[in-house]
Ligand binder design. Structure first.
Ligand code: HEM
Length: 406
């Protein structure tokens, strides 16, 4: 599906939906917060106009639920993801829905993201969680503060590197981020700032720097893939081993090398910042809510309180039900994938009232809308226990490793 959002649509055609032109200020460095501010002023559904390009922004819980209807709407590769595509190409996150490699990689990789596979990654998670604890213990002994979001990023990056393709970024051994991370962050910044470009201005230098960073990312990943290609992968338990060997059930082919590279870069981008942000927000809220912190501590103490160097099992993690609720609540309050884009498959009425044309890719959700819809209450107040009935008993996913040790 071509990204129709790249082509400006005639504005003001949506009945009852205000149009807010932000061309004068641009989206700034905190575009999501800016949208939230606009919604406080103009209501939860608005058209945001930038340099004549319109995006319908939706923060109303019912409308967000409507947009999630896969029968009528599909993922949209809007301008932001189109820019990320410049260095992730047909990786899962930025592939077009009708691109053959999307369905192929989706089918091959699905099992690796199923709950049962998390058990495979458990030893790696434990190993990296111990690196974090060791680092924080050293800092505590030296009376030094720690930078929590930076350390969460170290932890999630090392976890994905090892679980994804047996590559050790060794982030806790470095004062500065790994050069790969610095390049990746610059590429993402290029993709985001590209959106706010002033027409007619010369961006040759920025584009050349981006190309150099993107080439470096590709080179590092290609070296890792080359070192593994043609070797025995039967004992490999990481995503790369799967991608090098697994054959598609329909045609028996494996993923091509370029696509594997795009998937590896995609996992690093899609997986590490989202997860580290979720962990950082959870720790922030725990620090601000001592009663919730005490309940998390009690849960960890009940399992390992008397053990000096515990060896949590995969099954133990599923017993941390309150801790799980804290993570869910942190994600509800500050979802770290804060918005997503959709387009209508056919002409339709959003929420029974806003007419949308097929392929019009302009519909985004604001951070707190969808989770509020799920728990049926207003966003804002912190209440981890509220999610108990819904998610409390679920076994954990891949991103729970740190909270339980403290
Ligand atoms: C708290 C952590 C995470 C959050 C909040 C999160 C959120 C999301 C969301 C909202 C989407 C849908 C985007 C859209 O439809 O436009 C998505 C897609 C995706 N995520 Fe995550 N994610 C997280 C962790 C991860 C991890 C750890 C990985 C991989 C190691 C990952 C890989 C992906 C991929 C590959 C896609 C694209 C799937 C497809 O379209 O086929 N994510 N994620």
């Amino acid at each position: 599906m071509p990204p129709t959002a790249l082509h400006p649509e005639p504005a003001g055609t949506l009945p009852g939906v205000p149009v807010v032109d932000i061309t004068a200020t641009g989206p700034g460095h905190t575009p999501i917060q800016q949208v939230m501010e606009l919604m406080r002023a103009h209501g939860p559904v608005l058209v945001r106009r930038l340099h004549g390009r319109d995006v319908l922004m939706v923060g109303d819980a019912d409308l967000v639920a409507d947009l999630a209807d896969e029968e009528r709407f599909a993922k949209h590769i809007g301008p932001a993801l189109e820019n990320v595509r410049a260095f992730t190409a047909d990786g899962l996150f930025t592939a077009y829905n009708d691109e053959p490699n999307w369905a192929k990689a989706h089918d091959i990789l699905m099992p690796a993201f199923a709950l049962g596979s998390m058990k495979t990654y458990h030893p790696v998670m434990l190993k990296v969680a111990r690196r974090l604890i060791g680092s924080w213990d050293r800092a505590a002994r030296a009376g030094q503060p720690v930078n929590v979001p930076d350390d969460m990023t170290r932890m999630t990056l090392d976890t994905i590197g090892l679980a994804g393709f047996d590559y050790d970024f060794g982030s806790f051994e470095r004062a500065e981020p790994h050069p790969f991370v610095e390049s990746m962050v610059r590429c993402l910044e290029w993709a985001m700032t590209h959106l706010a470009r002033t027409p007619g201005k010369d961006y040759t230098e920025a584009d050349a720097a981006f190309r150099a960073d993107a080439d470096y990312l590709a080179g590092v990943v290609d070296d890792v893939i080359a070192a593994r290609t043609g070797t025995d992968q039967s004992g490999a338990e990481d995503l790369l081993g799967l991608m090098l060997t697994a054959r598609h059930p329909a045609d028996g082919t494996t993923l091509d090398t370029a696509n594997i590279r795009n998937q590896v870069i995609t996992f690093l981008i899609a997986g590490h910042e989202t997860t580290s942000g979720a962990m950082s927000f959870a720790l922030y809220y725990l620090a601000k809510h001592p009663s919730a912190l005490r309940l998390v501590q009690r849960e960890a103490d009940a399992l390992w309180g008397d053990t000096p160097d515990p060896e949590p099992t995969y099954e133990d993690i599923g017993r941390l039900t309150y801790t799980r609720q804290v993570l869910n609540e942190a994600l509800r309050l500050w979802p770290t994938a804060a918005a997503f884009s959709r387009h209508a498959r056919e002409d339709t009425l959003l929420g029974g009232r806003i007419p949308l044309r097929a392929g019009q890719g302009r519909h985004r959700a604001r951070p707190d809308a969808a989770p509020a819809a799920r728990v049926g209450r207003q966003p804002g107040a912190v209440r981890p226990g509220a999610l108990h009935a819904r998610g409390g008993g679920r076994p954990p996913g891949a991103r729970l490793q740190a909270l339980r040790y403290r």
